[in-house]
Design a protein around this ligand. Structure first.
Ligand SMILES: [Zn+2]
Length: 125
């Protein structure tokens, strides 16, 4: 399970970015998780909540958006999204849902991206 390592690097990135922007606290974080990463979004949220306890992200709302896998088949030319049943959880290789070809270009769904961070800035009165 890579969830813990991912949660740690997400949190580090969030805090780094927030410090750069002189944040007082982190309000909300939106994370896009591609289906091909096979990461469990709920576990990531849970770990982020635990890991962030002593940081400026304590109490932040973590939102995970799952990104479907999109492929272009080099065999038959199929171009589109894979259904959730098209990926074997034990051998997560995307294949063409139309002809079964494993030679596909993955256009979307293989990355984990911190999409948006909402921060509260220190007010200087
Ligand atoms: Zn195909």
């Amino acid at each position: 399970m890579h969830e813990l390592a991912m949660a740690e690097s997400i949190l580090n990135a969030v805090i780094e970015k927030s410090e750069e922007n002189h944040a007082n606290e982190v309000i909300e974080v939106i994370i896009e998780i591609g289906k091909m990463t096979m990461l469990n979004g709920e576990q990531i949220i849970f770990m982020l909540e635990v890991l962030s306890e002593d940081t400026m992200a304590n109490g932040a709302k973590f939102i995970v958006e799952e990104i479907p896998i999109e492929v272009k088949c080099l065999g038959c030319g199929f171009d589109g999204k894979l259904g959730s049943d098209d990926l074997d959880p034990y051998t997560p290789l995307p294949k063409c849902p139309k002809c079964g070809n494993l030679k596909v270009n993955v256009k979307n769904g293989k990355d984990l991206i911190v999409k948006n961070i909402v921060i509260d800035k220190q007010s200087k009165l």
